[in-house]
Design a protein around this ligand. Structure first.
Ligand SMILES: *[C@@H]1O[C@H](CO)[C@@H](O)[C@H](O)[C@H]1NC(C)=O
Length: 283
């Protein structure tokens, strides 16, 4: 067992480079009070967001499909370089590695990461976030392998039979290449609301191997399937979107409020999902 762990750790350390930067888009979508304070002022430059990954949020009124006055939504869909993403490991491998804040020092030394480096801080944050107890009405857990994520999803929102998975997909006509940049999008058709579904959104967290933070709420969210086209007509995006109807319990400093220029609890916060997120749905 010890030698297997050593093997996994060496293997992971080799692959371990830019994961802190690569997975940071997802972190913006993790709401609620447990979110650490964030400094926002540096995000705005010349009235535009300096960080394009903030272009994920929208207002519920923007969901209108209206050819004449339909909203143009600036959205940034980014594709992370798979070479730079933390690797997925199997459940057998994951089960050999402790995953708790109390083992942080051990984990840092095994992954040869210094406590004060950005990676070390990100590891600590990920462990802390994963170790929090869910708040009242909140569903949450972390999956350290695809197998454990699937089991936890089934335990949390449903059985095998009716589980569906959704991800965001970007497509282009054959003669074009996808441009993962900020584009203005409009709806191709009316967003389809998926009524009465339970949803869990799973976001990748910064960690030396793939860790998914999955969360949802027992009530208070509306889920949609959207179909968008960029204003140059070249790029289509199909995927899930969610509107959190009650944001009164969210951290006042959550980036969504700055992007949408609203106060907590005054209006729903809606967002699309980065391409590497996994959305689970069940009736
Ligand atoms: C989106 O549209 C707005 C308003 O028409 C324009 O000012 C902005 O530059 C456009 N953004 C992009 C990325 O095309």
């Amino acid at each position: 067992m010890a030698s297997t762990l050593r093997f996994s750790v060496t293997f992971l350390t080799l692959l371990f480079s830019l994961w802190v930067v690569e997975v940071h888009t997802s972190r913006k979508l993790i709401s609620i009070k447990e979110e650490e304070d964030q400094t926002i002022s540096h995000l705005l430059k010349d009235g535009e967001f300096d960080d394009p990954s903030l272009y994920m949020f929208f207002r519920i009124n923007d969901l209108k499909y209206d050819l004449k006055s339909g909203s143009k939504l600036p959205i940034f869909f980014n594709k992370d370089d798979p070479q730079k993403l933390p690797p997925l490991i199997t459940r057998q491998e994951a089960d050999l590695i402790p995953f708790t804040t109390s083992k942080l020092d051990f984990l840092l030394s095994h992954f040869s990461i210094s406590k004060d480096s950005p990676q070390g801080k990100a590891m600590k944050e990920t462990l802390e976030r994963c170790n929090y107890k869910p708040m009242e009405g909140q569903l949450k857990f972390c999956g350290t392998s695809l197998e454990s994520m699937l089991d936890l999803v089934k335990e949390t929102i449903g059985s095998n039979a009716d589980l569906k998975v959704m991800t965001t997909k970007v497509t282009v006509p054959t003669q074009n290449t996808v441009s993962y940049a900020l584009h203005n999008y409009t709806f191709v058709e009316a967003p389809k609301e998926l009524f009465g579904v339970k949803m869990l959104g799973c976001h990748r967290m910064p960690y030396p191997y793939a860790v998914y933070y999955c969360h949802g709420h027992k009530s208070g969210s509306r889920v949609f399937e959207v179909n968008l086209v960029s204003d140059n007509g070249r790029q289509r995006v199909v995927g899930p979107a969610v509107c959190h109807m009650d944001t009164s319990m969210w951290n006042t400093d959550h980036v969504a409020f700055k992007v949408l220029k609203i106060e907590p609890g005054t209006a729903p916060v809606c967002h699309f999902f980065p391409l590497d997120n996994i959305v689970w749905l069940t009736k």
